[in-house]
Ligand binder design. Structure first.
Ligand code: AMP
Ligand code: MG
Length: 338
């Protein structure tokens, strides 16, 4: 075991950003705010810096990292963009869309887990953008959590998981979107494939690339939800984004079932249930009015809060399986997978 590091959380002042940009250029890693979730960033062109990311997270070397650019003009440095990629970039960047493209020789194998393709995006978070600009290099950044646990959406979440393992956390406030980016495989531009649903929806991508399809895994999980009346069969998907407490998914939670249940079970509704004063310590909701952006923003923080209380089970109501709801449900299914 390496000696624990002293972890400092820094506000996004001009001075701190200049300091962190120097640390990044010197090969250190820094936890950074993004509009999706907090990331653990290092110079994507420096294999030693990227090795530190894997080590701090406990992430297996087989899981590739996303490379973040300040602008699409930097694409040729790290990948071979095609016309489909450039169209999507014009439409959705800066923003939560990651494109998988053939990589250039400048990108070390550790970033791509030995593949000849690299995942890239231009983020929109203003603080991260300033840091990317000051650093002047592409930054590889997976989510800033211990591998497999729930992604962090605040600087405090990062400290809870990686305190003692990294030196610096840049605090840019709570993540606006709250879910990891949409990932689109564009290695073959004639056959674009959605690998991970996110805030840029399938319909959004179809408005630019009509022929995009979902990966078999994503599509199969969606069908399971549509058919489910009570519990969704777990185990279909890799376990990820997981609380320690067992998660049970429901298409709908009848309110009386929750209000009359054993207090050791937590119940999470999409919107605030109409129970007036009867609300109990085991009843939660993601968004007051049940809006999907609100639910997405609060999902991971809510799961973390409940996980810390040590319930026996966390029952969660699935979102409608469309638009952003698909991304929410994708994360819930992975959290519930055994
Ligand atoms: P994270 O940043 O933790 O959300 O994880 C990044 C994810 O991006 C990985 O788990 C992969 O699913 C995906 N990814 C990254 N690079 C590639 C690549 N070259 N090809 C396909 N998927 C990738
Ligand atoms: Mg992750």
């Amino acid at each position: 075991m390496a000696k624990p590091l002293q972890t400092r959380t820094l506000r996004a002042t001009a001075r701190n950003l200049a300091f962190l940009a120097r640390r990044l250029r010197a090969g250190e890693i820094v936890a950074v705010p993004t509009e999706t979730v907090y990331g653990l960033a290092g110079n994507a062109l420096d294999p030693a810096a990227c090795a530190k990311i894997f080590r701090a997270k406990g992430r297996p070397a087989s899981d590739p990292l996303i490379v973040h650019l300040h602008s699409a003009a930097q694409l040729p440095q790290v990948c071979q963009p095609n016309s489909a990629a450039l169209k999507l970039a014009r439409r959705f960047w800066p923003g939560p869309l990651t494109l998988v493209l053939p990589k250039t020789a400048a990108v070390p194998g550790i970033v791509t887990a030995g593949r000849d393709s690299v995942a890239v995006r231009v983020p929109s978070h203003p603080v991260f953008r300033r840091l990317l600009k000051l650093t002047g290099v592409p930054l590889a950044a997976p989510s800033a959590n211990r591998f497999g646990y729930i992604s962090p959406t605040t600087a405090r979440h990062v400290r809870e998981g990686l305190g003692g393992k990294i030196r610096h956390i840049l605090d840019g406030g709570a993540a606006q979107i709250g879910l990891e980016s949409t990932i689109l495989d564009l290695r073959d531009p004639r056959r674009p494939v959605l690998l991970r649903p996110g805030a840029i929806t399938l319909a959004d991508i179809r408005s630019v690339l009509p022929r995009v399809t979902e990966s078999r895994r994503t599509a199969r999980a969606a069908v399971t939800t549509a058919k489910s009346i009570g519990l969704v069969a777990p185990g279909l998907l890799a376990r990820h984004y997981s609380p320690r407490t067992l998660v049970v998914l429901h298409a709908v939670i009848p309110l009386p079932r929750a209000t009359s249940s054993d207090a050791r079970d937590a119940w999470v509704f999409l919107r605030r249930p109409r129970i007036g004063k009867k609300t109990a310590p085991n009843i939660f909701w993601l968004d007051e009015r049940g809006t999907l952006p609100g639910a997405a923003r609060r999902l991971f923080a809510t799961l973390r809060t409940i996980d810390a209380i040590k319930f026996r089970r966390i029952h969660v109501e699935l979102a409608p399986d469309r638009g952003l709801g698909r991304a929410i449900n994708d994360r819930l299914r992975r959290a519930a997978a055994r």
